[in-house]
Design a protein around this ligand. Structure first.
Ligand code: TRP
Length: 438
């Protein structure tokens, strides 16, 4: 049987943007920006996306397109059968399962909020989020979200993932832009914009390490790096176009969506709520849900707008969750001759259980979605960079150069040396800092 591949280059780009654009952009990014010095944080963040994110993305692309395999198979084969590198790849497959276990619980919350926007269940009920976020019902909605994810993945690369993201990704951007225009035009929105984009250089100067850490963690998470999602997606590339160009487009669109999300959330909160509610100021998983939801109840057609807003969040979450499930599916299909159907159903069954455990344990959920994921992503990306830089080395450069234009080719050698030296060190220092070792 021939391996699956994308139909078009655009299909690949939209699938990768769909993976990158998710809760990380719509929920985590605006809060991180507001809490870490506003547009001063934004500058640091953009620098890290450019200097760490894009090179990291390209390393994963190179590994994927070269090997045409899932992360475990890719590292194993490209190292001529080194078991240790195979295990590094396998770690990515494992991380994907961990990620999806908590991401699917959040997906369930969103699914619930779409429904609750239609019925108006949370209007005038600030305790709604706390009432639904953990417990048996949260588990049930997690299972429903997981079902949607599996339904798309079982369809395969072309008729499942590519078809779905070709519709979802543009829809997310358009709907979000429309919501931003609406939110900014509300009177009182300026205060929100000022809060969001306030250039607080003093904060940056006072907390350089924590800002850097926050920006680095956010950059990896939002670009879906360190797990092998981008290895897997690039492994389905049929023709050889410029990876550097595609990677830049993906990073640019992803960043744009994050900024846009902030332009929706903050004007809305300040115009309609008169500022941040207590929960919102503390960030936390409930922030988006509680604050934005209650802002909608005060405008005409608020329910309709709320359905649109949570609909966007749902699409974004779904186009990311399918990219998580696809990693272990690709692994079973490539390496163990399992059919896509059995692989998807079996893995969904496993995550049904692990996700339910997360949905019933707030403490576990918080640990897994925070420090555990941060550590796994950072370590994973460091592994991929060292692999591409030192094990593939010249071959990585050749793969990078295939199909790339003049500017991209000129940047090839600096790219190779950055992923060999500075970037792994940077990641390991970040890892050490977050584990309290440095
Ligand atoms: N990037 C997605 C977001 O911002 C999350 C995500 C999808 C992800 N696939 C991933 C994160 C793989 C890390 C690794 O919500």
């Amino acid at each position: 049987m021939t391996r699956e591949s994308w139909t078009t280059r655009l299909g690949f780009i939209l699938a990768a943007v769909g993976s990158a654009v998710g809760l990380g952009n719509l929920w985590r990014f605006p809060w991180m920006t507001a809490e870490n010095g506003g547009s001063a944080f934004l500058v640091v963040y953009l620098g890290i996306i450019l200097l760490v994110g894009v090179p990291g993305l390209l390393a994963e692309f190179v590994i994927g397109r070269r090997s045409k395999r899932n992360p475990a198979g890719a590292l194993y084969r490209l190292s001529n059968g080194s078991g240790s590198w195979g295990i590094v790849g396998l770690l990515g497959v494992f991380t994907a399962l961990v990620l999806l276990s908590f991401y699917s619980v959040v997906g369930g919350w969103i699914l619930r909020y779409v429904g609750a926007s239609v019925t108006g269940a949370y209007f005038g009920n600030p305790g709604y989020f706390d009432a639904i976020s953990f417990g048996a019902e949260a588990a049930a909605f997690h299972v429903a979200f997981l079902g949607l994810t599996a339904f798309i993945v079982v369809g395969g690369v072309r008729s499942g993932i590519e078809k779905a993201t070709t519709v979802m990704t543009p829809l997310i951007v358009v709907m979000l832009a429309a919501l931003a225009v609406w939110a900014i035009s509300q009177s009182g929105a300026d205060a929100g914009l000022a809060f969001y984009l306030d250039f607080d250089a003093d904060y940056l100067q006072a907390n350089p390490i924590s800002v850097l850490q926050a920006a680095a963690g956010q950059a990896l998470f939002t670009l879906s790096l360190g797990v092998g999602t981008m290895i897997t997606y690039a492994s389905y590339l049929g023709e050889d176009n410029s990876l550097a160009f595609d990677g830049s487009v993906i990073a640019l669109l992803n960043t744009g969506v994050g900024v846009l999300a902030g332009l929706v959330v903050f004007p809305l909160l300040f115009a309609l709520q008169g500022g941040l509610s207590e929960t919102a100021a503390g960030g936390g998983p409930g922030a988006l849900f509680v604050s934005v939801a209650s802002a909608f109840q005060q405008v005409p057609f608020g329910q309709l707008l709320a359905v649109g807003f949570f609909g966007v969040v749902l699409l974004a979450a779904l186009s990311s969750s399918i990219s998580m499930l696809e990693i272990p599916v690709a692994y079973l299909v490539d390496e163990h001759d399992v059919s896509r159907r059995s692989a998807t159903l079996g893995l969904a069954g496993l995550i049904l259980v692990t996700g339910t455990v997360c949905a019933l344990n707030p403490g576990l959920f918080t640990t897994v979605s925070g420090p555990v994921v941060d550590t796994l992503l950072t370590a994973g990306l460091a592994g991929f960079l060292v692999f591409a830089g030192w094990v593939l080395g010249g071959d990585a450069l050749a793969e990078y150069g295939t199909g790339s234009g003049r500017i991209a080719r000129a940047l090839g050698v600096p790219w190779l040396w950055s992923i060999r030296t500075v970037l792994p060190v940077f990641l390991l220092v970040t890892l050490g800092l977050s584990l309290g070792l440095v």
